[in-house]
Design a protein around this ligand. Sequence first.
Ligand SMILES: [Fe+2]
Length: 200
Amino acid sequence: MSLLLNRNTFGETENSGNVLSKEEANQLLGKWVPNERLRLHMLQVANLMKSWAAEKEHLDEKDQWRWEMAGLLHDADWDQWPELHCKKIIEELETRKIDPEIIHAIASHGPNHFGVEPETKMDKMLYAFDELSGLIHAYSLMRPGGYEGMELKGVKKRLKEKSFAANVSREEIQDACNRAGVPFEEIIQFIISHQGNVQL
Ligand SMILES: [Fe+2]
C-alpha cells in the first residue's frame, strides 16, 4: 500500500493565515477519530507543537494555534481511512481553504511514507514530535508513576531495546531530530516535561 502523495504543493497561497476555529477542529476530530488512543495522541502532539511554538520559537498566539492545529489534525484520517492516510485530511483542509503552511506540515509529517520533505520549522517539529511522543507515552504506561519522575536516561535506555515500541523506527527518530536541528535529548526532555498533563 503506497501512501505517496506525489505532489509537493498544498493549498493555495491566497488562503495563507486561514485557520479552523478550535470548535471546528474539535468537531472534525470528534467525527473522524472515534478511537480514543489515537485522539489522545493527536492532543499530545498538538500540545507539544503549541508549547514549542510559544516557548522555543516565541511565536504569537495566532501562530501558536497554527502549529497546534497541524498537530491536532495530522493523523485525523488514520482511524477510518488508513489507505487514504494523509491524502484525505489534506483534501478536506484544501476544501476548507486552510493555510497552505498548515497543510504542508501535515503532508510532510512522514517523509518516508508520503514522499514530502519537511521544509519549515513547523514541518520539522511535527515530524520529530510525532516520532517520539507516542514512544514516550508508551514508556509512561509501563511506569508505576507514569510521567512522574521520568528521566531522559530512562527513555534513552528504552530506545536501545529493540523490543520496546518495535514499530517505531530508530533511524526515523534520528532523521527527524537531525532535520529539526535540535538535539534529540532536548526534544525528549521537552516531551517529558509537557506531555504528562494532557488528557482526553
Ligand atoms: Fe501521529
